[in-house]
Ligand binder design. Structure first.
Ligand SMILES: [Zn+2]
Length: 120
């Protein structure tokens, strides 16, 4: 539990080979006093980031909008049930508190980088 912030981006879906548009990555990498309801994009600065997550690559995952099954809810709102969530791995590079890069697992392994913080 606890509050989180979010990074929104178009993320690659390896199953459908297309982009999951405007997809949320939930993060708890900042001081709790700035957590909750903040949204960021690639290129933004994560203020009050904790040292552990700064100046490093981070491995995390996201719920894919492209290949997860949507269920129609009340008033025609579509949502993804917990059991229908399809998740993919993504790697982010943080330098000087800034979200510098956001790449797929395949791209990351092609770079040959060995060091990253695991946030799965
Ligand atoms: Zn997918």
């Amino acid at each position: 539990m606890g509050l989180f912030n979010s990074i929104f981006a178009d993320l690659y879906c390896p199953i459908k080979d297309e982009l999951s548009k405007d997809t949320e990555i939930q993060i708890k990498w900042q001081d709790p006093k700035v957590r909750g309801m903040n949204s960021y994009s690639v290129g933004d600065v994560l203020e009050e980031i904790e040292d552990e997550y700064n100046n490093t690559w981070i491995r995390t995952d996201f719920i894919c909008n492209a290949c997860s099954k949507f269920t129609k809810g009340l008033k025609g709102m579509k949502y993804i049930r917990t059991e229908d969530q399809s998740r993919h791995i993504v790697f982010l590079r943080i330098e000087d508190s800034k979200v510098c890069e956001l790449i797929s697992e395949k791209e990351f392994s092609a770079r040959g980088v060995k060091d990253f913080v695991d946030y799965l």
